[in-house]
Design a protein around this ligand. Sequence first.
Ligand SMILES: *Cc1c(COP(=O)(O)O)cnc(C)c1O
Length: 451
Amino acid sequence: MKQKRFILQENELPTAWYNIQADMPIKPMPPIHPATKQPLGVDDLAHIFPRECCVQELDTEHDFIPIPEEVLDKYKSYRSTPLVRAYALEEALQTPAHIYFKNESVNPLGSHKINSALPQCYYAKQEGTTNVTTETGAGQWGAALAYAASVFGLEAAVYQVKISMQQKPYRSSIMRTFGAAVTGSPSMSTRAGKDIITRDPHHPGSLGTAISEAVELATTTPNCKYTLGSVLNHVGLHQTIIGLEAEKQMTMAGEYPDVVIACFGGGSNFGGIAFPFMRHNLKDGKKTEFIAAEPESCPKLTRGEFRYDFGDEAGYTPLLPMFTLGHSFKPANIHAGGLRYHGAGVIISQLLKDGLMHGVDIPQLESFEAGMLFARTEGIIPAPESSHAIAAAIREAQKCKQTGEEKVILFNLSGHGLIDMSAYDQYLNGDLINYRVSDQDIEQTLKSVPE
Ligand SMILES: *Cc1c(COP(=O)(O)O)cnc(C)c1O
């Protein structure tokens, strides 16, 4: 009999995250201070982030880091997530490939971001913090943080990009339902916000303005820490629960992936599903291929440069060694809001540089076509971000059709698209277009990278 879904019991959940830094042949370069160019240590970062997260950020020694019991308990309210064999999609594509997806959309918030929001809030609470703050664009991270803060009894203040707040009102409803204070950014509640509004009273807001406000709140409020939903090493570490579960579930299915695929914003869900399998490439001679699917409109992996750059648009963060399009890069207004980021996380940038993975860029229309086919075959409406992974998986499956290879393809479904239906409406009405970035534009924004 053909088995469709593979589920782990609670007592089979992984009890440690995988820290790929310990096994990397070339370790990532450190974050550095923009003025002094000195490497930053745990103490420098712990002003802003929970200390334990900073320790994890820079840990290049321990390959497995135990998941605290309290976090594991909270994971149990939605983990394990199913590993699913996409028989109907395979059939529609007439491919000999075996396609599996890990369904990270089945949790209270509908995306993988909750996997890191829970430990970040747990560590903040442990350290005696009472308040957490962050920025959010489309709102997936803000919603996950609001939920995790409520779970651990913290107050959450979320700065949401003003224009996104107007475009996606239900995400702020979700955050407020979980008790978070949501403020459209720029706002009059911080110095940074006031300065921006004074200069430009109609500023629509950006991740840059929201980061400045959240960081200011964290540094000027006692017992308040700032949290981030992607890009940083500790976020990718927490997300490895995805791949560690998938590894056990693939064993249940009697298979091992030849190709592992995820969509790519800052790299957390990609790292989450890829690193545990990459471990076997690094240590056991496996030959799995790793593909990160980015939007054609924001192609830092395929067309960016490896440089030290700021993590945010405004240039407030430390400098990070990353594949970047330049922090002043302004991606087109595609619907996959979570993929509109100018750079790639530090670990992934090093892995890409060392040829251990590669990127592909997907046009917006191809991502929606893939999302539609997936919805009509597997019955799940994917987040526009996740549709990039589906599109890349379909490309691989079509190659197998050409060559006759029975490859095992595994991709991560990072979220569902039920709050993004206006994007589907626009697609169905024929109102969406592709946005290919010109070489000149990339050359221009790369000039914003500090020497
Ligand atoms: C935020 C988000 C992403 C992109 O973030 P990564 O850190 O690259 O994983 C992808 N998919 C969904 C559903 C998201 O919410």
